[in-house]
Ligand binder design. Structure first.
Ligand SMILES: NC(=O)c1ccc[n+]([C@@H]2O[C@H](COP(=O)([O-])OP(=O)(O)OC[C@H]3O[C@@H](n4cnc5c(N)ncnc54)[C@H](OP(=O)(O)O)[C@@H]3O)[C@@H](O)[C@H]2O)c1
Length: 294
């Protein structure tokens, strides 16, 4: 049984695609045991009804998928892990960086893996899940004990039919995704625009170059392979063009009045810079501007 903590968009995508009967959501304390029903629209093909039970106290999962937002993850796991044997591997799906390290630092002996996924899912209504875009999920170990579980977990998740591959350097994957998120998400939230509309916006044009200067320096601080500001800008703009019609998760959160993950994207970069006495004024400005939106 694969357990999923966080029955939102990402959690429901895995729940709908993993083999029926082998997956359950992890309930909050005192939550109603009635199963979750929703309508699942795959990328292609007809939609179908999905019913997912909640994990009972008697069941021990083989794997725990953690699909809460970055800011909720530590608190959610603190409720769940006391009842979960130390041998059960868990996979962290959070965007950005910072929450994964918090979890690995808090439970260093547990088998912890991280996923960097380009799958896209959203919930226009609470009882509807749309698989908006098929992507790739890369999985790698964050703790030493996680390494032995990686390939087994990859195989288990492949039974979903989604593309799942092992990653030897998951931190590199997470950093690559962080760079793109840091260069697109805050701008789309502040400017209230689609990804593809960014490139014409004077505010984006004003700040993308100094932002990429900071990102390039921070990659070095983090011990990641060097990338020039120009390379980073080209990558960010290429992704904005390739996803031109998309609303970023950060813009969607702002529009819905939900907390954003800015503290784990540009906010993480500000904290990293502070640790090495480096200034990151553009990341700081973007973090403040996004925080001011809610
Ligand atoms: N959606 C995507 O396409 C996508 C793609 C790549 C990465 N990600 C990443 O995946 C993570 C989840 O994203 P999402 O879009 O699935 O967010 P989401 O739809 O907001 O889902 C998060 C879920 O976690 C639940 N939750 C919060 N605290 C909990 C707790 N203590 N115990 C149990 N459940 C709890 C929330 O319940 P309530 O709503 O009741 O609070 C919500 O159902 C984020 O870090 C995101 O960046 C998402």
């Amino acid at each position: 049984m694969i357990a999923i903590l966080g029955a939102g968009s990402m959690g429901r995508l895995w729940a709908a695609t993993l083999p029926a009967g082998q997956v359950a959501f992890v309930p909050r304390p005192a939550q109603s045991p009635a199963p979750e029903h929703y309508d699942f629209s795959p990328v292609s093909g007809p939609s179908r009804n999905i019913t997912i039970p909640w994990l009972s106290a008697r069941q021990t999962p083989t794997t725990l998928l953690v699909t809460t937002k970055a800011g909720d993850t530590l608190a959610a796991l603190s409720c769940v892990l006391p009842a979960l044997p130390e041998s059960v591997p868990m996979v962290l799906f959070q965007n950005g960086l910072g929450s994964q390290q918090q979890v690995a630092d808090t439970w260093p002996n547990r088998p912890i893996l991280a996923a960097a996924t380009t799958e896209g899912a959203n919930r226009p209504r609470p009882d509807q899940l749309i698989h908006a875009g098929a992507g790739t999920t890369r999985l790698g170990a964050l703790t030493d004990t996680g390494k032995a579980h990686r390939d087994t977990v990859v195989e288990a998740l492949k039974s979903s039919g989604l593309t799942v591959i092992p990653a030897d350097d998951i931190m590199h994957r997470l950093w690559q995704k962080l760079i793109v998120n840091a260069g697109i998400n805050p701008f789309t939230a502040i400017l209230d625009c689609l990804n593809g509309e960014l490139l014409q916006q004077p505010f984006f044009q004003q700040w993308i170059e100094p932002l990429c200067n900071e990102l390039s320096q921070l990659l070095e601080v983090a011990g990641q392979p060097a990338q020039s500001p120009r390379q980073l800008r080209e990558r960010i703009e290429a992704v904005a063009r390739a996803t031109a019609g998309n609303t970023s998760s950060m813009r969607a959160d702002v529009l819905a009045g939900r907390a954003t993950e800015i503290a784990y994207i540009n906010g993480y970069l500000v904290r990293l810079a502070e640790r090495v006495d480096m200034d990151a004024p553009v990341n700081r400005m973007l973090t403040h501007r996004v925080k001011d939106l809610i």
